[in-house]
Design a protein around this ligand. Structure first.
Ligand SMILES: *[C@@H]1O[C@H](CO)[C@@H](O)[C@H](O)[C@H]1NC(C)=O
Ligand SMILES: *[C@@H]1O[C@H](CO)[C@@H](O)[C@H](O)[C@H]1NC(C)=O
Ligand SMILES: *[C@@H]1O[C@H](CO)[C@@H](O)[C@H](O)[C@H]1NC(C)=O
Ligand SMILES: *[C@@H]1O[C@H](CO)[C@@H](O)[C@H](O)[C@H]1NC(C)=O
Length: 422
């Protein structure tokens, strides 16, 4: 069956027509290829911005067991292997996507990451540095970074300001902005940590949906709005804008191990997958409103391709059918300890301490990985999605499943292009 190809299909697949039709369809997709990938969001997408800004606060992002399946381990990512964003970037045959704040060893030729762990969609007005898993780099700040970044790229491209041979850096080309892939995955921080830090009750959290979605909508509008830049002593110019934007919605909050641990119990309502119904209502409301806003934005910006990527749909698909994804523990964290969901707020992944009087060390992947098979989990640390989920979602979005407009990016990814280990 593996030999089914566009040309060989009729001959090779005579006896198994149905399956071959599917294979021909996927074989016919062109290779995924975008000149660059640019991203905005929170710890579901950050590849190292917040650790660059606050090295002590986020020290464990570059330490095992985070990144144990990543080729170089010290990956600055809150997951076992790759993020959804990594799979998108690798899938379109590009290099790792480097964080804009990293001053050393970044290669920005194929895009730049503006996402930051702890960053909400809504503008941060007051912030304390020791306040949990939070940073002041909300979407509005990430947008400012990207605007300033474009100006600096323009500067490096300018023969007046930057004569040949003077300054050398690996940067994307402004002329490819309009052909690059922009990814916006935001809002998870706003809901998750409001509930995790008990800053808001469940019913109060439901009430922030309008503001969270408005912040995301505003960010998309900014990405699509040309800004006139007036450089010193040269004619003004219109800065390039995004043309292809993938907006990712949120996985069901009530299925996340940390939430199940904190908000579950005899009084809670559970759905058919064992997830918390009340919490799922928050993400469903978010996703519904986000889709409405995307539809309106498409009408307003017909030249842009605004994709509505349904991470919720992918998550639910796996819950419905875990075996076909080799998932055996869909509601339980890989890196964690105790309870029904392998999660305890006292000692989370990347920390060590006492749980029920017993010492637990979750700062190491020795002598064994934190769970027998990280690939069998949807949640890495009870908070962040796992490599397994991230890969499934990226595969779907690139090949056209769980995404609108129908067909998605309509291309065939090649995750082996960068590295084959996961
Ligand atoms: C598509 O990518 C594969 C490697 O993943 C490569 O072998 C093939 O030549 C590419 N096809 C085109 C048309 O670029
Ligand atoms: C993108 O912009 C470049 C330079 O301005 C232009 O040559 C190219 O045709 C544009 N591509 C698309 C898809 O609009
Ligand atoms: C599940 O595991 C089998 C056997 O190891 C493998 O062939 C298959 O590709 C896996 N499926 C997924 C979706 O990873
Ligand atoms: C946890 O285990 C690692 C690796 O064995 C060790 O280096 C570290 O000191 C341990 N942490 C504590 C608090 O004991």
């Amino acid at each position: 069956m593996g030999k089914c190809g566009v040309f060989g299909a009729r001959v090779l697949c005579w006896g198994a027509l149905m399956l071959c039709v599917l294979q021909v369809a996927s074989a016919a997709l062109p290779n995924c290829s975008y000149p660059g990938v640019f991203a905005f969001g929170d710890s579901l997408s950050d590849t190292g911005n917040s650790i660059a800004a606050f090295p002590e606060k986020f020290a464990n992002a570059e330490l095992d067991p985070n990144g144990i399946l990543f080729p170089t381990h010290a990956a600055d990512r809150y997951t076992d292997g790759k993020l959804l964003l990594d799979f998108l970037a690798f899938g379109v045959r590009r290099r790792p996507i480097y964080p804009v704040l990293r001053g050393t060893g970044g290669d920005f030729t194929f895009g730049t990451n503006f996402a930051a762990y702890g960053a909400p969609a809504r503008t941060v007005k007051v912030w304390y540095k020791d306040d949990g898993f939070n940073v002041p780099f909300s979407l509005d700040v990430q947008h400012q970074w990207s605007e300033r970044y474009k100006i600096r790229v323009w500067f490096y491209e300018s023969p007046i300001f930057n004569p040949p041979g003077r300054l050398v850096q690996s940067l994307p080309k402004l002329a490819t902005w309009n052909e690059s892939l922009f990814v916006v995955w935001s809002g998870y921080q706003d809901y998750f940590f409001s509930l995790y830090d008990k800053k808001l009750t469940v019913s109060q959290t439901k009430k922030i949906v309008g503001d969270v979605v408005a912040a995301i909508e505003e960010h998309i509008v900014k990405l699509l709005t040309p800004v006139v830049y007036i450089p010193p002593a040269t004619p003004s110019m219109i800065m390039p804008i995004a043309q292809t934007i993938m907006v990712v919605n949120l996985p069901p909050l009530g299925c996340i191990p940390a939430m199940l641990t904190l908000y579950g119990g005899p009084k809670a309502k559970y759905d058919q997958y064992g997830c918390l119904s009340e919490l799922n209502k928050i993400t469903s409301a978010h996703n519904k409103l986000l889709t409405e806003k995307i539809i309106a934005l498409r009408a307003k910006y017909p030249a842009a391709l605004i994709l509505d990527a349904d991470a919720h749909g992918v998550y639910t698909d796996i819950l419905k059918n875990p075996k076909s994804y080799n998932v055996t523990a869909p509601l339980s964290a890989c890196c964690g300890v105790g309870g029904s969901y392998n999660f305890n707020t006292g000692v989370t992944c990347g920390h060590a301490g006492l749980v029920d009087g017993k010492f637990v060390n979750l700062t190491t992947s020795l002598p064994a990985t934190p769970c027998a098979n990280p690939r069998a989990h949807l949640s890495w640390d009870g908070i962040h999605t796992s490599n397994t989920f991230n890969k499934a979602a990226a595969t779907d979005f690139l090949t056209g499943k769980h995404i609108t407009p129908a067909g998605g990016l309509g291309c065939s990814p090649d995750f082996f292009f960068f590295d084959s280990s996961t």
